[in-house]
Structure formats: C-alpha cells, structure tokens
Design a protein around this ligand. Structure first.
Ligand SMILES: Cc1cc2nc3c(=O)[nH]c(=O)nc-3n(C[C@H](O)[C@H](O)[C@H](O)COP(=O)(O)O)c2cc1C
Length: 212
C-alpha cells in the first residue's frame, strides 16, 4: 500500500524534561504548574479536556468538555445529567480525562472515579453562566434526538429573551473526578519522550517513570 503519511513533527522541548525527581510530589500541583504555563503561553482554552466513559459492558465513548475547577477536591466539569455521558457515568463511574497542550508538546492523562458535585458547586457555576447558556441548559435534553429545531429554537429564544430568573434544572450540574492515577508526558526529540506516572496508594502518591 502506497501511503502518504502526515508530515512528521519533531518534539524538541528537551529543556523542559521531566523526571520523577524534578516534578511536584503532589500531581494536582504539577497539573497546576503545567496548566498555568499553558495559560501564560496564550494558546487559548487550556481547560479543554477529553472525557472517556464506558457503558456497563465496557464499550467506550469520548467527547470534549471544559474543566471548570480543579484542586485537591478533584477535577470538575458540568453537563446534562440525562446525556449519554451521564448515563454511562451512572453505569460505570470509572472515567479518564485528558489534556493535550500541543504547542508545549505535553499531555496529561488522569484516571479516577466520578461523582456528581454538590448542588452548591453546581448552582454557583450555573449562576455565573450567561443567560443564553442558562436558557440552553434549561431547554436542551442533551443527546436526545431533536424532533424539531424550529420549536427548540422558539422555546430557547422565548426563555432567553424573558425577564424571569432561570433556575438551574435538577437535570443539569457538575461532576467531580477524583483521580487515582496521573501521567505527565513531555515530548522529546526522536520520540524518546519523558513520562512520569503517579499512582495513589492510600493517601500517598507513588511516582514512577515510564518508557517512551
Ligand atoms: C471544546 C469543547 C468543549 C465542550 N465542553 C462541554 C462541556 O463542558 N459540557 C458538555 O456537556 N459538553 C461540552 N461539549 C460538547 C460535548 O463534546 C458533547 O457533544 C456533549 O456533551 C454530548 O456528549 P454525550 O452525548 O456523550 O453526552 C464541548 C465540546 C467541545 C468541542
């Protein structure tokens, strides 16, 4: 088979190499460091993450979401509690999330258990959203089949244009991923990449380096 492969890109960030002994002992702090470096580099939306879920029988699915809060309590994103991802997370709370920061040639993989966030966290975030986004959350049954786009738009516009407060629907809210594993990947020349993994052991993190 004659194949035109995509152009090869070299990874040449040897100056920011990572080793088990030069990363932060707390992976959330290491994530924060890289997140802030990506943010400072101004590449836009450092909080885009891929979220992998599975059905009860193990069939995977993947989509992007936005990481809105992270810290010692976990990694938070917001969604519709009736969506496909919500149904899958209900069936299997083991999830994976992934950040890819290509210009710094970095990837962070996080695995853990997910649970719904408190109503307080949900409502705080919901109330910070612009009115159209609040209206969309109230009108949309995310991932259900759209019967009529016209009637959906009419419902959305009438709610968004009104003056009444838009309450956070019970079917919408936050999720919190509590990590059990992190892997930090830094691209290096010749595909000899740096990889540092953290695994939770009780309330401690153990570190190991992985082959490229
Ligand atoms: C960059 C980006 C950010 C997104 N952020 C979110 C988000 O924070 N929450 C959300 O529910 N969907 C978000 N979406 C849409 C999801 O990728 C997906 O289409 C939607 O959640 C339905 O997924 P599901 O059918 O697996 O439930 C985002 C999409 C993109 C491309």
């Amino acid at each position: 088979m004659n194949q035109n492969y995509p152009p090869r890109q070299d990874y040449n960030f040897a100056s920011s190499s990572i080793r088990a002994e030069n990363v932060h002992s707390d992976p959330v702090e290491q994530f924060r460091l890289w997140y802030e470096e990506e943010e400072a580099a101004g590449h836009g939306e450092p909080n885009r993450i891929a979220l992998a879920t599975t059905t009860k029988s193990g069939a995977p699915s993947l989509r992007m979401v936005l990481l809105k809060i992270f810290g010692p309590e976990g990694f938070f994103f917001f969604s519709d509690y009736t969506s496909r991802k919500a149904v899958e997370m209900e069936a299997n709370p083991h999830v994976a999330i992934l950040s890819h920061w290509p210009r710094l040639q970095r990837q962070v993989r996080i695995e853990g258990r997910v649970e719904k966030s408190s109503r307080e966290v949900t409502e705080n975030y919901f109330n910070s959203r612009p009115r159209l986004s609040r209206a969309a959350a109230a009108v949309s049954h995310q991932s259900s089949v759209m019967d009529s786009r016209d009637s959906f738009e009419a419902q959305l516009q009438s709610l968004a244009a009104g003056e009444n407060p838009i309450e956070c629907p019970e079917t919408w809210g936050g999720y919190r991923v509590v990590p059990t594993r992190f892997e930090f990947w830094q691209g290096q020349p010749g595909r000899v990449h740096d990889r540092v993994q953290y695994d939770v052991e009780g309330d401690q993190w153990s570190l190991s380096e992985l082959q490229p």
